[in-house]
Design a protein around this ligand. Structure first.
Ligand SMILES: Cc1cc2nc3c(=O)[nH]c(=O)nc-3n(C[C@H](O)[C@H](O)[C@H](O)COP(=O)(O)OP(=O)(O)OC[C@H]3O[C@@H](n4cnc5c(N)ncnc54)[C@H](O)[C@@H]3O)c2cc1C
Length: 403
């Protein structure tokens, strides 16, 4: 919304703002993609963003060496390809630049510093009431784009407060040279845990990685083709189980056996695991080679923290200077959205899985909750725009007939 429009509305009613089109909560890639798709359909929208910039997760909560985990063709947002010179795995800064250009291209101007604290459907008037700061926004359509990864998850481990060293979540980790020469325990072995370990190792820290359960690690590329791309392509023709058996076989050929290094593969295939437990595909980016060469040590789960380190579940003690919690994130939706039919109050995710995770009742939509990264967000954004545009055009047409 342009600032003069907002000023005009504020003059009409200083506390209440009427939003004619959809109100989108969150200016990350999902929110931006939805606003752009709506714009392409001629539907205006308004984004409320709690931070003071777009793509705050990428700008404020990521480490320096981060690159897109998936090849660029699976990470483009609708209606605007990446610039031709981008590498297969764009850097964090390249991706941020792309998102800035995207917002500019579609003239998306979110209202920054607007944290939505409460949103509730008012049955008596048939509209959503959305509270942010000291304003109440009234809208017909509400799009939740606050991300699957909005709140860092910190595990509840005994003795946490007793540890005297440095403890931080991977969302606050910036670069490995801050830890040079230190003995660092990384709790978690997803993509972030793997990448943080590699970065620590490259910067002369002694990295230890906690692996509690079983996990699949796949080669990032097979015969020069991205594993993710290959799996998407093969799944058009073959059943999922067959595809993943084949990928596991190729990964075994490329990486070798992982079990003797403490990474035991589960019986269930990687994609089924992702669908049932939400665990992401862990793609080898060089970390496994450092595990094989014993530069990164795999250790079991933690029993408790002690003053100078930890006690593992096998009873052994180890001293550490720092601990990095690469323990993931969760949705913040239950903290602000007063709705429990479409979104689960337990995990803040839509109850119905993809491809039915984008539309609820009474004009409620969700984008970016598909467990399929940016590709899933782009699909959601296009579906939402089509659905809202149908209603919008009907409303406009109906309205013009009445006058
Ligand atoms: C380290 C990392 C690497 C990843 N790499 C890839 C990759 O290579 N490819 C891929 O497809 N996916 C990747 N993902 C997954 C996913 O695509 C990204 O997390 C992406 O940023 C999700 O976009 P989003 O807009 O849904 O959520 P976010 O980027 O988290 O944006 C949500 C926005 O909502 C705002 N917000 C939250 N709550 C409120 C509120 N109450 N009021 C107002 N604003 C609010 C936040 O400040 C934020 O700006 C990665 C994720 C991580 C963590």
């Amino acid at each position: 919304m342009r600032s003069n429009t907002r000023e005009y509305m504020m003059k009409l009613n200083p506390k209440r703002v009427w939003v004619p089109g959809p109100l989108i909560v969150g200016a990350g890639p999902s929110g931006l993609a939805t606003a752009a798709c709506l714009k392409e359909k001629g539907v205006p929208s308004l984004i409320l963003e709690k931070e003071d910039c777009i793509a705050s997760s990428w700008k404020l909560r990521t480490y320096e060496r981060l690159r897109l985990h998936l090849p660029k063709q699976y990470c483009e947002l609708p209606h605007m390809p990446f610039p031709p010179g981008f590498p297969t795995y764009p850097t964090k800064q390249q991706f941020i630049n792309y998102l800035e250009a995207y917002a500019q291209c579609f003239s998306i101007e979110p209202l920054f510093g607007m944290e939505v604290k409460c949103a509730e459907y008012d049955h008596s008037i048939g509209f959503w009431r959305v509270q942010a700061n000291d304003l109440e926004f009234i809208c017909r359509w509400l799009v939740v784009a606050t991300g699957e990864n909005s709140v860092p998850v910190v595990p509840d481990i005994i003795g946490f407060a007793d540890f005297h060293g440095r403890v931080l979540h991977s969302s606050s980790y910036k670069k490995g040279d801050d830890f040079e020469g230190e003995k660092v325990l990384v709790v978690g072995c997803g993509n972030s845990g793997m990448e943080v370990c590699l970065d620590l190792c490259n910067n002369h820290a002694h990295a230890y990685m906690v692996v509690r359960g079983k996990l699949h690690i796949l080669a990032r590329e097979i015969f020069g083709i991205s594993t993710f791309g290959l799996s998407m392509w093969m799944m058009k023709w073959f059943p999922m189980n067959f595809v993943y058996s084949l990928l596991l076989f190729f990964s075994w050929m490329i990486l070798g056996g992982t079990e003797k290094h403490g990474l035991v593969r589960p019986k269930v295939g990687p994609l089924q695991l992702k669908m049932t437990s939400g665990k992401p595909l862990v793609l080898g980016i060089g970390t496994f080679a450092r595990i094989q060469s014993s530069h990164i040590k795999v250790v079991p789960g933690i029993n408790k923290f002690v003053e100078n380190g930890v006690e593992f579940v096998n009873g052994k003690h180890e001293e550490f200077d720092s601990i990095i919690l690469a323990t993931g994130y969760k949705s913040n939706v239950p903290s602000w959205l007063k709705e429990s039919e479409f979104f689960s109050e337990q995990d803040g995710q839509p109850k119905a899985p993809f491809p039915n995770s984008w539309r609820g009742k009474n004009g409620l939509y969700a984008t970016g909750f598909t467990k399929r990264g940016l590709l899933g967000a782009s699909i959601d954004a296009q579906r939402i725009a089509e659905d809202v545009a149908r209603q919008w055009n009907f409303k406009t047409w109906h309205f013009s007939l009445e006058f």
